[in-house]
Design a protein around this ligand. Structure first.
Ligand code: DON
Length: 386
């Protein structure tokens, strides 16, 4: 897919910047001189993106105060983005590899054919294809937002000390990983660390803990999210391994409330229902420096956002996190419900949902679709791989 040669001026009054960008893009016959470029750069950020054979210069508003995202570039034009989302959907729609998770009985009954892709940009534009209105369970994607909650509430240092941020390199429900680290979870995105995370939420009762978690996750979606009761019951009836993990953490003094209360609140957060569209808004809130791009509500202090994204980058795909970083190069989080939320800081969130998983518990078509969009738009944070 080729993107047109374009120039953007986000603030219309920045005519000087626009003139410089026009010249850089070759839209103007006159070349900008050094003083024009310096003046434009003082007010804006200029970014060069090379997409296939086309070079695009983009101008965005600067963020010297740190209150907004460290923006790299604006999203591509709406037509191109919708066409790309449609293209990703068509390309992977017929891939039937993998199987639904079945250790949570409800998940085995979710129609395997479901497939949806949603992109939400930091300026609130939404692009969708496929089954983006179907409500599925957040599962491990919920861990990201509860991590954000405890960083917001207790601070970055406290989370580092009480849980840790190292990738385990092991399966999401590994007990071996606990054993290797003196029964400390070491990462908030594996089950043990996520159970420890919910136990860090400051609450005087089980109800208060759950209500705080649900409200925090909902703020990222910009609307009240609800528990899928059938998922919660199915998982509660079978979550003996997670209960065991909670007791191991508690025994090692690495859990900060009653173990069964922690496990139950964790099970509930995994059972929160979202559509791909809602999850993309949640991700776009992280992409937008902690401000929900639809409601404009600040959900997370801007300086906490990079911490959350760093943990996603290192551990969002569990024992496939290295492979994900190697291929896509953007932070993302998967869930056994089939959802994956990926974040391009300062630009957009890309979400895909498809219930069939690989052996690591990551959705196959969702991984493929997001990877495709990342490649086509050259979004790898580490540099161009074109
Ligand atoms: O605790 C569990 O096993 C599930 N509620 C969540 C696991 C999960 O989503 C792993 N992700 N890919």
């Amino acid at each position: 897919m080729k993107l047109p040669k374009i120039s953007f001026s986000i603030i219309a009054t920045l005519t000087l910047a626009a003139a410089v960008i026009d010249a850089l893009n070759g839209c103007s016959s006159s070349q900008p001189d050094d003083s024009q470029i310096a003046a434009a750069q003082a007010a804006t950020a200029i970014t060069r993106t090379t997409n296939h054979s086309t070079t695009i210069y983009l101008v965005t508003t600067g963020s010297a105060t740190g209150s907004g995202p460290r923006s790299a570039a604006s999203p591509p034009p709406s037509d191109s983005l919708q066409a790309l989302v449609d293209d990703a959907y068509a390309k992977f729609k017929d891939d039937q590899s993998g199987t639904n998770a079945d250790y949570i009985p409800y998940l085995a009954s979710v129609p395997s054919e479901l497939f949806g892709i949603a992109v939400v940009t930091v300026d609130g534009k939404i692009f969708t294809a496929g089954d983006t209105g179907y409500t599925f369970s957040l599962q491990s994607c919920s861990k990201v937002f509860t991590l954000a909650e405890i960083i917001e509430e207790s601070g970055e240092e406290e989370v580092l000390k009480k849980i840790g941020v190292e990738p385990t390199g092991m399966a999401f429900n590994s007990i071996t990983a606990l054993g290797l680290h003196d029964n400390q979870a070491i990462n908030p995105l594996v089950n043990a660390g996520a159970i420890a995370s919910v136990s860090m939420v400051k609450a005087g009762s089980a109800d208060e803990r759950w209500n705080k978690i649900l409200a925090f996750e909902s703020s990222f979606a910009g609307e009240p999210l609800k528990l899928i009761d059938e998922v919660y019951r199915s998982e509660s009836d079978t979550n003996f391994r997670n209960q065991g993990i909670a007791f191991i953490l508690y025994n090692g003094q690495h859990l900060f409330c009653n173990p069964l209360e922690a496990c139950d609140a964790y099970t509930k957060q995994c059972s929160i229902g979202v559509t791909a569209r809602q999850l993309a808004i949640m991700g776009a809130t992280l992409a937008n420096g902690g401000v929900n791009p639809i409601t404009q509500q600040r959900c997370l202090t801007a300086r906490h956002v990079p911490r959350v994204l760093a943990v996603m980058m290192m551990a969002g795909f569990y024992d496939e996190s290295g492979q994900w970083a190697y291929t896509a190069g953007i932070p993302a989080k998967t869930g056994v419900g089939g959802g994956i939320v990926a974040v391009v800081p300062g630009r957009m969130a890309i979400v895909a949902f498809s219930p069939r998983l690989n052996a690591a518990g990551n959705s196959i078509r969702a991984t493929e679709a997001i990877n495709h969009i990342v490649r086509q738009l050259d979004l790898n944070l580490f540099g161009s791989v074109q």
